[in-house]
Design a protein around this ligand. Structure first.
Ligand SMILES: Nc1nc2c(ncn2[C@@H]2O[C@H](COP(=O)(O)OP(=O)(O)OP(=O)(O)O)[C@@H](O)[C@H]2O)c(=O)[nH]1
Length: 298
């Protein structure tokens, strides 16, 4: 049975008379009381949880296969989001500014009374969503390096732990690259701190350009960086490292400041975070002592 048939069948509850009665009752009385919902929505700052709580309540009255909230800062979806046949998009506004857009995915078009009720419910969602977005932005700032906009050390620790957990749980590999600019102190001393900052920003851009969306790049601080690659395939890791070194060598600012980059690489081998990091760091040390601008794999 496909999703539409399931939805149209009586088992799915589409034609649930109790729901209809309740809903019609609400409409007749002119207003539904969503104060309890408002309280529950205010109890969390997590956008996913806020959206899920709202959807669970809305689903008592209307069949929704999924709800998505898109803001400038982020997009969140309800768990097990299923694309329906119809989409109903509404704007969430607060203080005359757009917070984002809600997309209801459904198997039938909304009736005017559905829309009226949803708008009533949505009025309870505005403040919790606003607070959730502010909280999300603060959380992002806490794990971001301000100069390069890459993840910072705290962000790395968090993501590195998650990556190792994924390796254990899903039997999927990962590779850690640790990178350090060569002779960056000399570039700083010769061209000044501002140019030094530009070198760091350019290098961060090269890292972003050299990895896939599923990989992550970080700046630890100073001229030290790391990349978590979503694969244990050494040739793939070597290709990424080589792309980075080539882009650095071809870049006019890097050429002008005579900065290159050394890279240490290690793939996960049933070990702890510390052990994997130590192996990659040793490989980086080997690359430095072997003359810099090199890649060494543990
Ligand atoms: N411009 C700038 N420089 C920084 C920043 N953070 C750290 N540094 C400088 O980065 C330099 C790092 O120096 P080292 O660790 O000796 O690195 P290096 O000269 O690349 O040495 P090798 O790795 O052996 O090639 C120091 O001069 C720091 O002052 C920053 O945010 N901006």
């Amino acid at each position: 049975m496909d999703i539409l048939q399931a939805y149209l069948s009586s088992e799915s509850g589409k034609a649930n008379p109790l729901t209809s009665q309740f809903f019609n009752g609400l409409q007749r009385s002119g207003h539904a009381n969503f104060n309890a919902l408002a309280e529950r929505l205010h109890a969390s700052l997590d956008l996913n949880r806020i959206l899920q709580t709202f959807t669970d309540e809305a689903a008592k009255y209307i069949q929704i296969s999924g709800l998505r909230f898109q803001a400038e800062a982020t997009t969140v979806e309800t768990e097990r989001f299923v694309e329906g046949i119809y989409e109903h998009i509404t704007e969430l506004r607060f203080n005359n500014t757009t917070l984002g857009y809600l997309t209801y995915s459904t198997y039938r078009e909304f009736e005017p009374q559905d829309i009226r009720m949803l708008h009533n419910m949505q009025s309870k969602l505005v403040m919790p969503i606003y607070n959730g977005i502010q909280f999300y932005i603060l959380q992002q700032q806490a794990v971001k390096d301000h100069l390069t906009q890459l993840g910072n050390r705290a962000g790395f620790d968090e993501q590195f732990e998650l990556a190792i957990e994924r390796c254990i749980r899903e039997d999927q590999g990962m590779t850690l690259l640790v990178l350090d600019l060569d002779d960056f102190k000399r570039a700083n001393d010769s061209f000044g701190h501002e140019i030094g900052d530009q070198v760091l920003q350019k290098f961060a851009q090269i890292l972003r350009q050299s990895i896939r969306k599923t990989d992550l790049a970080f700046r630890f601080g100073g001229d030290e960086f790391a990349i978590i690659l979503n694969t244990a395939d050494e040739p793939v890791a070597k290709r990424v490292a080589s792309r980075i070194q080539t882009l650095v060598a071809q870049n006019p600012l890097m050429q002008q400041t005579s900065v290159s980059c050394s890279i240490g690489c290690a793939s996960w081998q049933n070990e702890t975070q510390k052990q994997l990091f130590r192996r990659a760091d040793h490989a980086l040390y080997d690359a430095k002592t072997a003359g810099k601008n090199q890649l060494k794999c543990a």
